[in-house]
Design a protein around this ligand. Structure first.
Ligand code: ATP
Ligand code: MG
Length: 253
């Protein structure tokens, strides 16, 4: 497994050929005799948001962990930006550290406190620096997790069902927050989700993982800002649900 920064690629940017910030070739991972990833090839362009769908156990989290450099036992070639950050389904805040210290964890350089305050303000938590994680709601905790990622000014965000544990309303708010942050910061993202509508709302492209390989690559060209009742979403939703093996309502085949 080779993981190296893509800083050397940045100078190659042109208007016609988007710069790839993620390149994965032939990624394989097995747990014992059971292959989970069986030769995954993946490219993500700078600023591109890619959703990754697949049934439970298909290997989505395994792939995300490989890209995040958290799995030393995978095979294949992986190139990701040096400035990458991960957000998991559970916020993973350290309960014995205040919010600001959680966000600042591992961050070096000038004016860390100022950058932390700015990141918290961006996720709607201005002034909550001194709060303890236990004082926060689930949605607020997940906002802190997003701030912890943002403060690193990531070129790539790796998100594993980041809104999956939230109630429906909070989830919609977090999706709107993601859209706003994405428009502002132009990071690339790989978003693992079970929610087809979330994928359609947020992603430029939807990938489907099945049998250890990416079997579908569906561009989502609907204009932003998107809503789930946007024209064009119905057929895409039905197609993705069918690929996932889920009947999609009364007119499903
Ligand atoms: N550390 C591990 N040891 C053994 N098997 C594992 C390990 N991690 C994952 N697996 C297996 O690999 C397969 C893929 O797991 P993974 O967590 O990547 O799936 P997933 O697509 O993220 O599923 P979900 O949608 O339920 O989160 C599963 O069969 C799982 O049991
Ligand atoms: Mg998973």
């Amino acid at each position: 497994m080779a993981t190296r920064p893509t800083g050397d690629l940045t100078g190659a940017a042109t208007a016609v050929t988007p710069v790839a910030v993620v390149r994965a070739v032939g990624v394989r991972r097995a747990f014992g005799p059971v292959p989970v990833l069986n030769g995954v090839d993946l490219t993500i362009a700078a600023g591109e948001v890619v959703a990754l769908l697949g049934s439970s156990g298909s290997g989505k989290s395994t792939l995300l962990r490989v890209l995040a450099g958290l799995d030393g036992d995978a095979c294949g070639e992986v190139t990701v930006p040096a400035r990458s950050a991960v957000v998991f389904q559970e916020h993973r805040l350290l309960p014995w550290k205040r919010v600001a210290d959680n966000v600042a964890l591992g961050v070096a350089g000038r004016d860390v406190a100022g950058r932390v305050a700015a990141a918290l303000a961006e996720v709607g938590l201005a002034g909550r620096e001194r709060a303890w994680p236990a004082e926060l709601s689930g949605g607020q905790s997940q906002r802190v997790a997003v701030a912890r990622a943002l403060v690193r000014q990531p070129e790539l965000l790796l998100l594993d069902e980041p809104f999956g544990a939230l109630d429906a309303l909070t989830r919609l708010r977090m999706q709107a927050l993601f859209q706003r942050l994405r428009a502002e910061h132009r990071f690339a993202a790989l978003l693992v989700t079970h929610d087809v509508d979330e994928a359609l709302l947020l992603a430029d492209r939807v990938l489907l993982l099945d049998g250890g390989v990416l079997v579908e690559d569906v561009p989502i060209t609907v204009a932003h800002p998107r809503t789930t009742d946007a024209p064009g979403f119905g057929p895409l939703r039905r197609r993705l649900l069918a690929l996932l093996g889920v009947p999609a309502g009364p007119d499903a085949q």
